[in-house]
Each structure stands twice: as structure tokens, then as C-alpha cells.
Write a protein that binds this ligand. Structure first.
Ligand code: KG4
Ligand code: ZN
Length: 334
């Protein structure tokens, strides 16, 4: 029997990506073009520019992904694409490209939820064991997801304001660090001997939701007060205090979910998975509990199309296809 090769397109934010994945697990190609350099001088992603950049790259990237996969289009079984959540203009570019391909090649179209993609990036590393809990933390998302069985998942907690990575980027900006700020804060935090005291948003006792805007305000207040008093800014101590607060809440809630749902694995996904402190604390606490922590390589944690193809394979197995009038849904539910 011939293997199933799915070509996937991801354009939900500021990374254009096209990948070909075989049987949902083997990456034949995963071409990613980041727009970070373009957006850096604006201190964040500019939606209109993101859409235009996707348009410039998508066609050659599809060719490149096929070439690297050493496949001709007649070996493809389906075309997959991120339907949402994301920036509407950015999503549209990928959806248009995927629809055109599906139509021209007479292949089924598969619509994928971006968070499902982040979760199933783990499937490219090793088989997921159910039930599992996934912590998805990036510039756009902060979600705790309960995976009951393959393709059966539900969000048990999410951010009520800023995403974790977004908070990192805003705090970095206040400390005059470059965009994206996550890696800079991470590094600076490790240079401090002590942490500046920072609040933790636990919310209601049984809640798995997150909130980072209060923490962000606390940092901004500290920065402003230092400025008003003409004191030197203790950037490293602030970075450490901020980082400890974020990690404490993320790790505590993730482990509580692992316990409550009797998870057999904890899966980490999203760009913030690069954070050394977060990885260290999660693996320590998981080891204590005897629950394996799965962290994909960073190239699969940040936005990429291979994860979209991996998630699409589950829909392929159930012949869960989309129509050619598929629309982008910026606030798509999981
Ligand atoms: O998954 P990703 O590449 O894009 C989105 O879908 O958002 O995540 C990017 C986010 C940025 O906010 C960036 O600051 C953050 O991940 N990030 C980090 C680290 N590396 C990247 N945050 C904390 N610590 C890091 N080492
Ligand atoms: Zn993402």
C-alpha cells in the first residue's frame, strides 16, 4: 500500500511555511520563512505587511517543499491548511493557495486548527499516549489542552488577556530589549542574583485560565518608578522576577491538570517552549510525578507547516475533508 503524503500550508501569523509529511509522522520537507526581520523595526507583527509577505513567498515555497520532499504532485494524497485562529489576511493567503492546489490537482482539502497543529507537532517526535495534557505557549496563544483520545481534545484553560509570549515581548520592550523579547528576557533573567518581587495571577482556585496583563503592568510600574526617581533600572532583577512569575503559574497549572486528568504525558508546544527556565522546571516537576515531558525540537515548537500536516493526517484517516469554499476563521474554536 502506498504511503499517504500530505502537503500543508501555514500562514496564520508571521511565518510562511509549506511542508510535506508522510503518514502523519515522517517529515519529507518543512520549509519555513520567518518575517521577523521585517517586523522587528515596528516592535511587533504588522498584519498588513504579514499578508503581503505571505503572498510574495507562498508560490516558490510550495515548489521548494515539493522539491525537498523529492515528490511530484501525483504522489500527494491531500492538501492541508491552517483555517484559524490567526490574522485574517494572513490566513487567507494560505487558504487561497491551498484551495487552488486542491482544485487544480483534484485532491481533498483538509482544514486544520492552528493549536491542533502545535499539539500534533509532538506526534512527529514520538507517538502521543492518551490521555495527555498539552501546554501551548507562544506569542499568540497560551492554552492548556486535554487530549482524551486521538483528535479528541478540549481547551481546559487559556489566557484571558495577553499570551505568555506576548507578555515577554511587551516586558522586553519596556526594558528596551529587541523584538522578539523572549530570548533576551530569558538570558537577562539568568544574570540576576535576586528576583524583583512580582505578582502571580492564580485567578479562581479551580481555574486553569491565565492572565498576564497584571504582571505586565507591575513591570511597567517598576520601570516608571525607577525613571521618576532617577534610579538605575535593575533590568536583570526585573527580568528574573517576571520570568519566575510566568513560569510558576504555567508550571503549577500544567501539573495540576496532569494530576486531575491522570495524564500519561505532558506535551509542550509553541515558541515559549524555548525558555530554559520553563523547560527545567517542567521536567523537574514531571520527573517528581513520574510523568514523561515531551518537548519537540524548537523548529517544530515555533510555527511551521509540518505540524499542520501531522494534525491533518488524523482528519485524513476519518475522511474529514473541507469544501472548496473554506473560509478563514480568525477566532476559530478548537
Ligand atoms: O510560536 P512562535 O514562534 O510564534 C507564535 O505563534 O506566536 O512564538 C514566538 C514567541 C515570541 O513571543 C517570543 O518572544 C517567544 O515565543 N519566545 C520566548 C523564548 N523564545 C521565544 N519566550 C520566552 N523565552 C524564550 N527563550
Ligand atoms: Zn503558533
Amino acid at each position: 500500500e502506498q504511503s499517504v503524503c500530505i502537503l500543508a500550508v501555514e500562514t496564520s501569523c508571521d511565518e510562511t511555511s509549506v511542508a510535506v509529511v508522510e503518514n502523519g509522522v515522517r517529515i519529507r520537507s518543512n520549509v519555513v520563512s520567518s518575517q521577523i526581520e521585517t517586523h522587528r523595526r515596528f516592535g511587533g507583527v504588522v498584519p498588513e505587511i504579514a499578508s503581503r509577505k505571505h503572498v510574495e513567498s507562498i508560490t516558490w515555497m510550495i515548489e521548494e517543499a515539493l522539491q525537498q520532499a523529492e515528490l511530484t504532485t501525483d504522489r500527494l494524497s491531500a492538501i492541508a491548511v491552517t483555517q484559524g485562529p490567526g490574522l485574517v489576511g494572513a490566513l487567507l493567503v494560505g487558504i487561497m493557495a491551498a484551495k487552488s492546489l486542491a482544485y487544480a490537482l483534484e485532491l481533498p482539502l483538509i482544514a486544520v486548527h492552528h493549536i491542533a497543529g502545535h499539539i500534533y507537532a509532538n506526534q512527529l517526535v514520538q507517538p502521543i499516549e492518551y490521555p495527555a495534557i498539552a501546554l501551548v505557549v507562544s506569542g499568540g496563544h497560551t492554552e492548556l489542552v486535554y487530549l482524551e483520545a486521538p483528535a479528541r481534545f478540549r481547551i481546559v484553560g487559556q489566557t484571558r488577556d495577553d499570551a505568555a509570549g506576548e507578555a515577554y515581548d511587551k516586558v522586553a520592550r519596556a526594558l528596551r530589549l529587541p523584538y522578539p523579547g523572549g530570548p533576551h528576557i530569558d538570558k537577562l533573567a539568568h544574570e540576576a542574583d535576586v528576583a524583583q518581587e512580582m505578582p502571580r495571577a492564580w485567578l479562581e482556585p479551580d481555574s486553569y485560565d491565565f492572565s498576564f496583563s497584571g504582571l505586565k503592568s507591575a513591570v511597567l510600574n517598576t520601570v516608571n518608578q525607577a525613571q521618576m526617581r532617577g534610579e538605575a533600572l535593575q533590568s536583570a532583577q526585573i527580568a528574573r522576577g517576571f520570568q519566575e512569575s510566568v513560569i510558576d503559574v504555567l508550571v503549577t497549572k500544567a501539573l495540576r491538570a496532569v494530576n486531575e486528568f491522570s495524564a500519561r504525558q505532558l506535551l509542550l508546544a509553541g515558541g515559549v517552549a524555548a525558555n530554559r527556565g520553563l523547560r527545567a522546571q517542567l521536567s523537574e516537576r514531571c520527573a517528581e510525578l513520574g510523568v514523561p515531558l515531551i518537548v519537540p525540537p524548537l523548529s517544530l515548537c515555533t510555527d511551521n507547516a509540518a505540524m499542520i500536516a501531522a494534525a491533518a493526517f488524523l482528519k485524513w484517516e476519518r475522511r474529514d475533508f473541507a469544501e472548496l469554499d473554506l473560509q478563514a476563521v480568525p477566532l476559530l474554536n478548537l
